[in-house]
Design a protein around this ligand. Sequence first.
Ligand code: GLA
Length: 390
Amino acid sequence: MNTSVEASIHAPVQDMYREHFSSECILVFAPGRINLIGEHTDYNEGFVLPAAIHQGLYFAVGKSEEADCQIVSRDKGEQVRFSPGQPLAAGTPSWANYFIGVSTLLRRRGHPIPAFNCVFGGDLPAGAGLSSSAALSAGFGLALNELLGLGISRLELAKIAQETEHEFAGVNCGIMDPFAILHGKAGHAIRLDCRSLEFEYIPFQTEAYKLLLCDTRIKHELASTEYNSRRKEVEAGIKRLQIHSPSLHSMRDVNKAMLQEEREGFHPSIYKRCLFVLEENDRVDATCAALKAGDFARMGELLYLSHEGLQFDYEVSCRELDFLVSQARKDSHIAGARMMGGGFGGATINLVATDAVGLVSDKMKEAYSQAFGFEPEIFEVQIGEGARVI
Ligand code: GLA
């Protein structure tokens, strides 16, 4: 990011900290993430292809002289005070759970965590599927790690962020989001094997295409319950397969022929969920090959296929997302598009010809407003570096 743009965002966070607490602090940036392809595969021990972006959250963090911790959300104008180790008072804003979660999990791992203060804020839209909650927990974890010299690896910080989401937000998510936020590299996507946690940087470098996000500005209520239930459905599929193959552990141990052979014993929707995971894993590798070959037309086809699978087989899309993707299909300037993230709202990711970005975005806004009565949020994203101390 242009350093003056960056400074215009983080300087107020740091200034606010100094005004509030009259003491010194460190400053950490945690980006949001996109996912090029590989959706709902992370918790199935599969492959994903995410990347960190330029937009993100800044954290000014310092030790507190008092017994309590205080956290200020600059953007929401909210402030939370709590005693370490004590449950939160009723009515506390839900973002506070991420701070409590990370500090509790660090303590549980044996790290002494004194009382701290924090001011945070940034330019990462919440609810657009850019993983603002993982940016909160990964960024705050990195900040405490630096402030207190804890020496925790980035992989461990990603695991702590994931556990925070499980235990303190009730979503059984995979590791993709915090991993990408903590390991991002400018101009590269990360092909992550969510079983071994080995990863490879895949260059995303092209002058011809831009990544455009179209945010539906919708988040359907059922998002987190359906997310958890998809997880259970695939687990039910594994249990079914284990009857004849007791040694298999996850969808990574399954191939299409094995699934096909057992089809009779499956409930049709469980079969579709499992099939999607296998096909989506294959699409991650096909996308990596396309990127390495500079074949963006092929990458675009794979994005559309991924959306089709998410819409009809995994069934995590919604009519607003489907509308945006069907509009994209009609536009020859868009090589491919799909819903991104957990689904049931949030944004689509679109691979758009560079010289048509303005046109595409105007057309998309108009069509969406006509269909739903309000405009989507449309913005370009660039692949940036992962979380870091500023
Ligand atoms: C959410 C979760 C991720 C991942 C995606 C779907 O973003 O946090 O772990 O499962 O949904 O790919």
